[in-house]
Design a binder for this molecule. Sequence first.
Ligand SMILES: Cc1cc2nc3c(=O)[nH]c(=O)nc-3n(C[C@H](O)[C@H](O)[C@H](O)COP(=O)(O)OP(=O)(O)OC[C@H]3O[C@@H](n4cnc5c(N)ncnc54)[C@H](O)[C@@H]3O)c2cc1C
Length: 428
Amino acid sequence: MIQANHYDVIVVGGGPAGSTTSALLAEQGHRVLVLEKERFPRYHVGESLMPYCYFPLERLGVIDQMDKLGFTQKLSVQFVTPDGKQSQPFYFFEHHDHPSSTTWQVNRDEFDMMLLENAQSKGVQVHQEAKVKSFLKDDDGAVLGVRAEHKDGQKIEYYAPITVDATGRDSLSVTKERWRERDPKLNKVALWTYYRGAKRDPGLAAGSTTVAYIPERGWFWYIPLKDDIVSVGVVGERDYLFREGNDPKMIIDREIEENVWIKDHLSVGEQFGEYWVTGEYSYRSRYCGSNGLVLVGDAFAFLDPVFSSGVFFALKSGAMAADAIHAALESGDHSASAFESYGEQMCEGVELMRKIVYAFYDESFSFGKLIKKYPDLRPELTDCLIGNLEKSDFKELVSAMGEFARLPTELDHGRQGLRPATQPLPAA
Ligand SMILES: Cc1cc2nc3c(=O)[nH]c(=O)nc-3n(C[C@H](O)[C@H](O)[C@H](O)COP(=O)(O)OP(=O)(O)OC[C@H]3O[C@@H](n4cnc5c(N)ncnc54)[C@H](O)[C@@H]3O)c2cc1C
């Protein structure tokens, strides 16, 4: 007999990672519960998708819905120097002639809602405005479920052999277990807001993401959304951005003056709505899971958003975790070891992107210099930037980047939770 509060899988958080994991598990016939603390649609930052988001979205069966939502089509990325010199837009279809090369700049309230509704349509039970307060554990620390507080004040315990932490940057398990490992070199701050009526580039570049540099290795994002809205944000070192105080409007207005292209493009637009600020950049959980628990999306790892990898990793980790969980449920082994290969693969992908992010912030590095010296590596670099991370081992690219930039050594945390973080990984 099925008991009311017992499920096969509990997913905490209904963002892209949680919706993906839950939808794919429900498709396999599992009984899945999503607990989401907000009521959707809700605001979320993180609008620019990487081309390879296409494949998990295709697996979820939502490509038609993406097209119907009328999001801005993103065909390229371009880079702009502080004095306004604009690189040739890099068109994804020049590298990979495939539908994935037309990706999207999404309004996250609509995108996340569509994904959550898609999960529901596959049989996932969703409770919104239900905040998970703690994990339920047995005497050995294995996670047995969660304790949630609903909007009406009810406190309810839910049980499942596997719980998924998809709580985004709140990262419930990382906070509770003190598993957060920061990346001190990538300790940046972001401030952002929205403009209506700002300039768009002509032709195919109209929906392009622009990364516009400011001095001191900071940068702006300029993301054209639908309805004539542009998302504009600035990222940099805390000491640099907050040097004259911490009023976000003052900081953004001041930094707009530091890039000719940004200043020109915003000159005809009108700012509206709130100014947003966040720090706590770039961390990874010490473990990708423990007995009865798996971490996905930002709850597991967050990397500086310069290459728009966040939603991609959320969707990809959600899909990979769903496969690992399905296998674990089939075999009856819900221990941390069931998630070992999932953790290894995620760490590999995150480490690769992390190296490229380090290179981006290194003053002696530029993509132009790298490709000039090693033109043959252009396709490999492009594969990284579109999210095609499984194609090769990227050793040559990393070694060439290392000639121009100080790259980080790989971190040994992020694997499954039975092994202490300091213990060396077994040989492959
Ligand atoms: C400044 C900035 C700019 C970014 N720009 C980009 C970009 O351009 N492109 C890109 O791809 N990514 C970007 N990102 C990253 C992107 O936003 C995230 O990677 C992505 O949202 C992760 O999805 P997720 O499902 O893991 O988490 P989220 O989308 O954060 O979803 C987590 C969900 O869990 C819920 N939740 C949290 N705690 C609880 C709880 N206790 N109980 C129940 N529910 C809970 C939350 O309400 C939320 O709905 C950016 C991030 C930042 C900070």
